[in-house]
Write a protein that binds this ligand. Structure first.
Ligand SMILES: Cc1cc2nc3c(=O)[nH]c(=O)nc-3n(C[C@H](O)[C@H](O)[C@H](O)COP(=O)(O)OP(=O)(O)OC[C@H]3O[C@@H](n4cnc5c(N)ncnc54)[C@H](O)[C@@H]3O)c2cc1C
Length: 375
């Protein structure tokens, strides 16, 4: 007999949604978290009356009504729309690339003028099959936009030249011929009123949760505690790196409280030149239209991943995906554990995708184990 039905490793969005769904149908869960707080990377805390996104700016956005309705049970959202700015060597431009950006760059007024200008800019670079990110960017937006907004930013973000990165990292570069600075095209968007941590607290309400506890300190003990293990940590670490280590990109956050009301007048400003090592500054109060007397800003520095820093971004290039697929195959033969979330699935999930995935994996598990619980 097991003490728990599910031992859930990680109290981030994946672990919390999975635990909530299992608890709802009467399955006994415990959540194990190595940090000293719940919430994983969406954790927010208050400084000077302002909700601080401790692990990077988080904007909720989705087109999926079911996910939006689900998360709305645990919070209400304000009407924040993400409209970041780019600061290139002291000059400001709107993002994503749209009619405002083209006006700021070239003084074009009409969509026809802007389209003509982009066609001129890209003429020399059109290729059927761009081999790397630089070729892809030049073919899509031309030299000036590439040099001002993409080259140095990408070098800082990934720690290597865009000529060494696959074209797929940038996917499609969004170009809009409207004066629309709304970064996400999704139908539902906002910031949870009261911060993200309270969503996780509500999801975990009534579920035993142990903080400051690393699964890897006593893996056999945690495995034997429950009928099944739900694992939202690193899949390569779970299997003791037997197929080799997966690569990640990490970040360093430099938080500063300033004795002024308003530092940059916008929630997110990207620094796209090479004269600063950070990629972004966010000013947290602007996510919530705050009017506090002070303000808190965070500078975000991408850094090399080593095992003693947090693995924020999976690097889904061919080599890493091959290694991940070997771990995934192994996991499919392992009836004891279900992997999920950004680190468990080694995927660049946004929050709405993590919720969708946790809902579908928990539903599948409930159906597959019905015969055990409904005897
Ligand atoms: C800088 C940044 C900005 C982002 N911005 C956005 C955004 O604007 N919009 C959006 O939708 N998404 C955004 N995301 C993505 C979002 O953070 C993720 O989709 C979501 O947090 C993933 O949840 P998770 O549960 O998979 O992982 P995590 O939040 O990483 O949770 C995993 C948890 O497991 C714990 N854990 C790991 N290993 C162990 C272990 N061995 N023992 C015990 N506990 C363990 C960790 O401490 C962590 O708490 C951003 C991500 C980053 C890094």
């Amino acid at each position: 007999m097991y003490t728990y039905d599910y031992v859930i490793i990680g109290s981030g969005l994946f672990g919390a949604v999975f635990a909530h769904e299992m608890n709802k149908v009467g399955r006994k869960c415990i959540v194990i978290e190595k940090r000293n707080h719940i919430g994983g990377n969406i954790y927010t805390h208050k400084t000077e009356g302002i909700n601080i996104h401790k692990y990077g700016a988080h904007i909720f956005h989705t087109d999926d009504k079911a996910v939006w309705d689900y998360v709305s049970q645990f919070t209400s959202f304000n009407n924040f729309i993400n409209s970041p700015l780019a600061n290139y060597n002291g000059k400001l431009f709107n993002l994503p690339f749209n009619m405002n950006t083209f006006y700021q760059l070239w003084g074009t007024i009409t969509p026809a003028e802007a389209k003509y200008k982009i066609a001129q800019e890209t003429k020399a670079y059109r290729l059927a099959q761009p081999k790397n990110l630089e070729e892809h960017a030049l073919a899509s937006v031309g030299l000036e936009i590439y040099l001002k907004f993409i080259k140095a930013y990408t070098e800082k973000q990934w720690g290597m030249s865009p000529t060494r990165l696959p074209a797929s990292i940038l996917k499609r570069i969004p170009i809009r011929f409207t004066y629309d600075n709304n970064y996400f095209k999704h139908r539902y968007q906002g910031i949870p009123v009261g911060g993200y941590t309270s969503i996780i607290s509500k999801l975990l309400d009534g579920i035993e949760t142990k903080l400051n506890t690393d699964f890897h300190a006593s893996p056999d003990e945690f495995r034997s505690l429950g009928r099944k293990l739900i694992f939202s940590g690193k899949i390569d670490e779970y299997y003791n790196y037997r197929f080799g280590a997966l690569d990640y990109r990490s970040l360093r956050f430099e938080e500063e409280t300033l004795d002024i009301e308003n530092f940059q007048g916008n929630a997110v400003v990207n620094y796209t030149g090479d004269n600063h090592q950070f990629t972004r500054i966010y000013e947290h109060k602007h996510f919530e239209f705050g009017t506090q007397g002070k303000t808190v800003i965070t500078r975000e520095y991408p850094i090399k991943y080593t095992r003693d820093v947090e693995p924020y971004y999976p690097i889904n290039d061919v080599l890493n995906n091959d290694t991940y697929n070997r771990y995934k195959k192994l996991a499919q033969t392992d009836g004891k554990v279900i992997f999920g979330g950004r680190l468990g699935d080694y995927k660049y999930y946004d929050m709405h995708q993590v919720i969708g995935s946790a809902l579908s994996k928990s539903k599948k598990e409930i159906l597959a184990t019905k015969h055990i619980y409904e005897k």
